[in-house]
Ligand binder design. Structure first.
Ligand SMILES: Cc1ncc(COP(=O)(O)O)c(C=O)c1O
Length: 402
């Protein structure tokens, strides 16, 4: 298939111009050369566009809606501040520190939704001091704890619908499904959850679910089953105000991935939930930030061992764990491709661990030490999940404005 800018991943703000990779109007190699360490680049305009695309799609829903940004995907402060200038309703936070960070970036308590996973007594204490923050409880214990500290509060219940969705139907990216997971309240405990809430004077006003991460067109049939299952809970909760569908919206990682058709996605929500007349919330992370970010690394060596050509980069899986942890495909793009026949190579990181490979059997133009390589889709779950393993955790982040 022909692509408007020559490669499946290319778009107006990310493409080759005279054999130079240009991102947000900048020559990526020239920018990276100014820094000694691995560099994350984010395009502020792309963030705004991604929020805008979701906002526009949901405007066709015919129901009131809220878009929360899931901070766990990327908490770089300039990015969080930038997102305040978009039509987001607020931020989804899932720990006390994320909550404090959101407040520090200027978000107001009433704009925050707290996913109370693994709630501890001190978390409940903090939340008691911030009654405007919305809390979604995902265990009976969290309901009890919150009830003890904040009686009379309105809450959401995160349910586990037993249906998982994820990129390429990966089990590792599913948060619910055949396997019993730690997330959410199962149907058989739902009555007990409602009773526990009532017992502590908590009012259940929202239902919440998050089925998994990275779903695309191919997973919309499963998404439809999630919606049907969620709808079947709604009549059990008098006084229900809204349904939160979680995050999980994915984006293409390979040439053959079919991007989500947001019109179709909204159509399914309307079909299965529209008649309930409730408010709809979503809390995407990846969809907003992932394709707005690149990780730029330098080639350290290119060397053949037996039948395999290795290209080693100056950054490893500790800076972007998803290819190693979740098998998410990594798309390497040379910043200044050299002329010559393509070589099939294994792209390796610089961490002394067997799983530290970015991509195997990938065709690249010839590369030499000192060349820069951009790894695409590094805006989500890369810097936020990074570690200092082998004391190689240094990196820089820049938010670019066009
Ligand atoms: C409860 C919840 N909401 C939202 C998200 C954001 O998901 P994503 O970045 O895939 O949209 C997650 C991610 O795991 C989550 O667990």
């Amino acid at each position: 298939m022909m692509h408007a800018f020559g490669h499946w991943w290319a778009r107006e703000d990310l493409r080759y111009d005279h054999e130079r990779l240009v991102f947000c109007g900048r020559d990526v190699a020239a920018l990276a050369a100014a820094f000694a360490e691995p560099l994350f680049l984010y395009n502020a305009a792309r963030l705004r566009q991604n929020v805008g695309r979701l906002h526009q799609a949901l405007s066709g829903l015919g129901l009131p809606f809220r878009i929360y940004y899931a901070m766990k995907a990327n908490r770089f402060e300039p990015l969080l501040c930038e997102l305040r200038r978009t039509p987001l309703y607020g931020i989804d936070v899932c720990s006390p520190e994320e909550l404090r960070e959101a407040l520090a970036c200027g978000w107001r308590p009433e704009q925050l939704s707290f996913t109370a996973h693994g709630m501890m007594p001190e978390d409940a204490e903090l939340l008691a001091a911030l009654p405007q923050v919305h809390v979604n409880c995902d265990t009976l214990s969290a309901i009890r704890l919150l009830g003890e500290h904040s009686p009379g509060r309105s809450i959401g219940l995160r349910v586990n619908l037993g249906i998982g969705i994820g990129y390429a139907d990966s089990d590792r990216l599913s948060y619910a499904g055949q396997r019993t997971t730690k997330f959410g309240i199962y149907r058989e405990q739902f009555s007990e959850a409602l009773e526990t809430a009532a017992c502590h004077g908590l009012h259940v006003t929202w239902l919440h679910c998050h089925a998994g991460c990275g779903y695309l067109e191919a997973q919309l049939a499963s998404f439809e089953r999630v919606l049907q299952a969620l709808a079947s809970f709604s009549d059990k909760v008098p006084g229900l105000q809204g349904l939160n569908l979680g995050g999980g919206l994915g984006l293409p990682h390979r040439a053959n991935d079919v991007a989500l058709d947001l019109g179709r996605w909204v159509g399914l929500i309307r079909t299965h939930l529209g008649h309930l007349g409730l408010e709809i919330a979503i809390e995407p992370g990846d969809f907003i930030v992932k394709d707005a970010g690149l990780l730029v690394l330098r080639v350290g060596y290119a060397e053949t061992k037996r039948d395999r050509r290795f290209v080693g980069l100056n950054g490893g899986f500790n800076l972007a764990v998803e290819p190693a942890f979740y098998d998410l495909p990594c798309e390497p793009v040379p910043c200044r491709p050299r002329a010559g026949p393509a070589e099939v190579v294994t792209l390796a990181g610089n961490i002394n661990e067997a799983l530290d490979l970015w991509a195997s059997d990938v065709a690249l133009p010839p590369v030499e030490p000192g060349d820069f390589m951009a790894l695409l889709n590094a805006g989500g779950y890369a810097s936020s999940m990074s570690s200092n393993h082998c004391l190689r955790g240094r990196f820089r982040e820049l938010l670019l404005q066009p």
